[in-house]
Design a protein around this ligand. Structure first.
Ligand SMILES: Cc1cc2nc3c(=O)[nH]c(=O)nc-3n(C[C@H](O)[C@H](O)[C@H](O)COP(=O)(O)OP(=O)(O)OC[C@H]3O[C@@H](n4cnc5c(N)ncnc54)[C@H](O)[C@@H]3O)c2cc1C
Length: 446
């Protein structure tokens, strides 16, 4: 264990759920905390899909890290990108400086992965950051504008396909909410096109959506999605993504907008720690969340991989990262008090996934609920954990407003007016505008 003469310095990398929790708890101890993040804000990722689908604005789900830690004089914040570590000299290397530490907490999270096909990314953005959410919002809203313009020019309505790849919680909430927008918020605002005829297609490679939930909840989620008008395809692997098209083997699906919600890759910083990692780049950690051979280096949240008592890998969810962040502060407090560290134990309080308006599933141990009640539980849990009282109130009011009026308040198209793949998508869709045989007509054998 490290011997401390002066106030120990704890460097925390990443101000997501894990790092921010650790920093807040550590700041209550007699230590100096340095929190380093490449952005100036903490993002509440579970509500990113609401920004991506124009329900709320970015400022309502993100908060400046500096503001969150304003009342903690022993905590400083640095907006810098960490590049590497020199564990032999207890140093963090950022793009601009070297920072020494007594303790290091690495919590740089994970992002989406394209199964080794990074060339798909420009045509199928994923959802991880505020920037991603704004890009998805831009593409979804732009597709309708371009379709209206084209209908004015040609006199024909273009068949609009929105393809979402990956049937996990993010894919399900994106598909459900986009379906809702087309059928409710946009339904009466266009003159040449009918947004309600847009096809929302969710493709899942496995046999069911929400694979981490119990089978009955997956079935319920699929029914709720179909009720919202989403075409759900299971057991279908996407084999290629090109401008304006998604391929499943020999089958080509025209896509005005493709969104990627499949695959996870840990932050590349995991590899820089020089210890074993799993296939997704997550770092294997000891039961006290430390890096093997380094009792003063903790790895937590989505970047770490650890099994529970039953041998199951802890999931990449916010409660795991938060509990791990709290644990790190307790472990360091034990060191300072010359007490032994206890191993980390995750307490699973349950899982909730939203699908759309009044549609959700919830799993609390053996209790499984679906529909409105699950959605209400989801809503209150998410509002409760949002950072900042102001944000909680605003989001609650906005949800109540859009629930009763069907409006989406943040429908702004900003930045470029170019939609990658649009030209190719409309060429393909020109041949298949029949809505009667729509799931088949969207597919072209190649
Ligand atoms: C769209 C979406 C929806 C989700 N929905 C849910 C949900 O409903 N419920 C749930 O429990 N979980 C949900 N999750 C998962 C949950 O958000 C993650 O498990 C959680 O954020 C992990 O926390 P973390 O601290 O490990 O990483 P993150 O919260 O991802 O934070 C990582 C931080 O590290 C910073 N960082 C990364 N690299 C560097 C670097 N090189 N230098 C400096 N800083 C760096 C990033 O800027 C970021 O602030 C969702 C995730 C996504 C993407």
């Amino acid at each position: 264990m490290t011997e401390h003469k002066a106030t120990p310095r704890v460097v925390v990398v990443g101000a997501g759920f894990g790092g921010l929790t650790a920093a807040r708890e550590l700041a209550k101890l007699p230590v100096q905390v340095t929190l380093v993040d490449r952005t100036n804000h903490h993002t509440f990722q579970p509500l990113l899909y609401q920004v991506a689908t124009a329900g709320i604005s970015p400022g309502e789900i993100a908060a400046p890290i500096r503001w969150i830690l304003r009342g903690r004089p022993n905590a400083e914040v640095l907006m810098e990108e960490v590049q590497d570590f020199d564990l032999s000299s207890n140093t963090v290397i950022t793009t601009v400086q070297r920072i020494s530490y007594d303790y290091l907490v690495v919590a740089s999270g994970a992002t989406h992965a394209y199964f080794g096909h990074d060339e798909w990314e420009p045509y199928a953005p994923g959802l991880k950051t505020i920037e991603d959410a704004l890009e998805i919002r831009r593409r979804v809203l732009l597709a309708f504008e371009l379709a209206e313009r084209r209908a004015m020019e040609t006199g024909h309505q273009t068949a609009l396909n929105f393809v979402i790849v990956g049937g996990g919680p993010t894919g399900v909430e994106l598909a459900g909410t986009i379906a809702e927008i087309t059928r409710l918020a946009l339904a009466h605002e266009f003159r040449k096109i009918d947004p309600t005829t847009a096809h929302i297609i969710l493709i899942e490679g496995g046999p069911r959506v929400l694979p981490s939930y119990a089978p009955d909840l997956s079935r319920s989620a699929e029914e709720q999605l179909r009720g919202l008008g989403v075409e759900v395809h299971t057991n279908e692997m996407v084999t290629n993504v090109k401008p304006g098209a998604v391929f499943m083997g020999e089958t080509k699906l025209a896509a005005a907008v493709t969104l990627w919600a499949a695959g996870v890759a840990a932050s590349p910083l995991g590899k820089k720690l020089g210890e074993p990692i799993d296939r997704a780049g997550r770092v294997f950690v000891n039961p006290d969340l430390t890096l093997p051979g380094h009792s003063n280096v903790f790895v937590i949240g989505d970047l770490a991989t650890l099994k529970d008592k039953s041998g199951n890998r802890l999931p990449g969810v916010a409660p795991v990262a938060i509990q791990e962040g709290k644990y790190v502060a307790r472990a360091i407090a034990s060191d300072l008090n010359h007490q032994a560290r206890k191993p980390f134990h995750y307490f699973d309080k349950g899982s909730l996934a939203t699908i759309g308006r009044a549609a959700a599933v919830a799993q609390f141990g053996k209790i499984h609920i679906s529909g409105f009640l699950a959605w209400l539980s989801w809503l209150f849990v998410h509002i409760f954990f949002l950072i900042g009282f102001r944000n909680r109130i605003i989001v609650l009011i906005q949800w109540a407003w859009s629930y009763f009026t069907y409006e989406r308040g943040a429908r702004l198209i900003t930045g470029s007016t170019d939609l990658p793949g649009w030209t190719e998508a409309i060429e393909d869709s020109a041949t298949n505008t029949s809505s009667e045989s729509r799931s088949e007509s969207n597919k072209i054998a190649v």
